[in-house]
Design a protein around this ligand. Sequence first.
Ligand SMILES: *Cc1c(COP(=O)(O)O)cnc(C)c1O
Length: 859
Amino acid sequence: MAPNLPASVNGGTIATESQVEPLPETTTLPPTRSVPAIAHPTPEDAFGVAANIKYHAQYTPHFSPFKFDPEQAFYSTAESVRDTLIQRWNDTYAHFHKIDPKQTYYISMEYLQGRALTNAIGNLNLTDAYAGALSKLGHGLEIIMEQERDAALGNGGLGRLASCFLDSLATLNLPAWGYGLRYKYGLFAQRITKKGQEEYAEDWLEKFSPWEIVRHDVVYPIRFFGKVQAESDGSRKWVGGEVMQALAYDVPIPGYMTKNTISLRIWEAKAPPQDFDLYSFNSGEHEKAAILQSKANQICAVLYPGDATEDGKLLRLKQQYLLCSASLQDIIARFKERRPKHAIKWTDFPNKVAVQMNDTHPTLAIPELMRILMDEEGLGWDEAWAITGSTVAYTNHTVLPEALEKWSQVVMAKLLPRHMEIIAEIDKQFCQMVKSSRPDLVSKLEQMRVLDSNPHKPLVRMAHLCVVSSHTVNGVAELHSDILKRELFSDFCSLWPNKFQNKTNGVTPRRWLCFCSPELSAIITKWLQTDKWVTNLDLLAGLRQFADDEQLHKEWEAAKFANKVRLAEYLLKVTGVKVDPTSLFDTQVKRIHEYKRQFLNILGVIYRYKKMKEMGPEERKGVVPRVVMFGGKAFATYAQAKRIVKLVTDVGSVVNNDPDIGNLLKVVFVPNYNVTAAELIIPASELSQHISTAGMEASGTSNMKFALNGCLIIGTLDGANVEIREEIGNQNFFLFGVQADDVPRCREERMAGHFTPDPRFEEAKQMIRSKTFGDFDYEPLLDSLEGNSGYGRGDYFLVGVDFPSYIEAQKEIDIAYKDRRRWNHSSILSTAGSGKFSSDRTISQYATDIWNIQECRVP
Ligand SMILES: *Cc1c(COP(=O)(O)O)cnc(C)c1O
């Protein structure tokens, strides 16, 4: 199972018996006598694959003929893989069509797919065949894989979760679709300069994506603005305004070792064809002629366009509506297509369709389904409401109040007048229901309502709309789900105690272990004497019995070391910093946010640096050399987060060039953190930091990826850390910090000034103030740590409160790392205890407890 990469295949030589002469500088396609070009959609051996790659290079060309450089080779290889995927995709959906099972539709604004080639050939078990084929054509698989750009249609954990879920849905043979948007540019690409973070457009479609298949026959009208008309029969109709189109692109998602291949369907906004106004164009008004087209292009231009302006807000709402409307029209079309017109029973809809909303971004699916059922299919309110309520379910991803979406009722009524009516009716009926059935909650009603009727700024609370309308609401880790029930949604929970569930997140072990660390995977398979752990991750627990085996320690350390060497080479290439791979590799990679507390980490690094400077040469000999890596993007308008990035790079510039320190400490900011970078960084890390203020991280998923790869965790009792620690054992987890329950009290104490800061904390801050790391203005950052400061938030994230216990935990880590046996033991137990955190487990639970869907395996 672990892909067996050829040791090193020289990009310009052909390794077949029939042809041994070296190729010229620019690789060209080998002549036909060695590899004929054959269109063979499902080749299984290296020769068949090579023939098919060659066919694509010649007959579906995207480049000038005759050249066959790695880039050209990548596209032809991807197209060859795509042939197999299309075949399986067709078989899968033909089978679903025949069986007509209940299907899940996962709607998400974000998918962080990363690269697809390695994953696809790995899941298809064709890695060796592709490596062999490429070598016949004069290339090495690894070089070819490197040509691919990440599909980064997401921002962070929420988007990556959606992608892991698709992999598990396909692998578990579950009948499902993913729905998303086809952004022209992803979030942004990050460059690190002297000024800190700079953003530039992430042009993932610059050439084209070989993985998407346009479906010119799958197009739906999408209306914006307009007005609502009362019809003579009492029904309501939304008319006028601007009508755009949503065009479908399908990205095939292969399951692991199964024929089942599902689809991520992403929508692109288009102007309707009649828009192009030839008359205007011919009379010289070139821009006016294509005005709708340009408006359409804006909708899917970027993920999370700035929403500081009214126009920006409108654009985001348009994106959300386009996603929901196109997806629901598609779902309904499929439901109708599968039964004769006279036999359509709408009450059967929830028996065939489960819609999962990934956070509140797809909330408009609720009023849109109501609208279609009532205004287009002619159902009454009660019937439509019952169907909608048994179809949709909602996953909450945050308790941060500022992240809970609210939309202006004015904007909503302008862009989606019919939906605003429906939302107001849902609110009204909810109020009536509470008044008649739960008089005890009437005093809470204003806070619970879907509409926030503040006369100055009336809002729609999207999370409340989701809770009121969904049959199930889930959090993403036990602690998070408890907080939802106890705090954020406590009143709703008293109303509907059975509506709330927990579904602890997971990650796919294919991408996050098998393919990103083939060395470690091979060792696991060898010691477990089976590769079944890849689809039954609980089997990893079998490693526990070998946790003290010296031979395993040797192999384990060697695999981790190889990954560290590979990462060190990468760091040198992208940052110019040379690191010693025998150092402790200490990593914090995730979106830059104050609650995730990269600031705490860098303050700890500063304190460590200061102590080392104070040591004599003898004492320094006892120091454990460390490479502290940071990575992650700060949202472009989040000034405080960007200051943190700048601080990390400034500290790095000083520490990395300090001759007293040498290799004892390196501080590296890895630019442009994305899935591909994660696949390199995670398998090479030995310690990873998941140090959010307790109660603020809903789950985290990179903590699971790291633990799976035998990386120890320093963390707070937050999100899934709690469960990870339970699974891998307390002694293998470096715990620090206050607990979620104590956070409100600590905050009050800080605000009231009843807090004596630790002298070590003061030393670290003082070092920044003293300009040791340059004269950038760090005052706003430092002020945010002060208790009674009017400028910051009174150390809202409790960096000062947790600093002492953080430093103590770091000391313990240094001691533990010197003891190789202890460290390797804990590392093995981390992997061994990661079984629970497979997204296969998460998805099975969603399938059983929320969606009520069953396996539908393609024969
Ligand atoms: C897993 C992953 C995340 C989520 O990281 P957290 O530490 O859980 O916030 C974000 N970005 C990428 C690229 C990932 O792979």
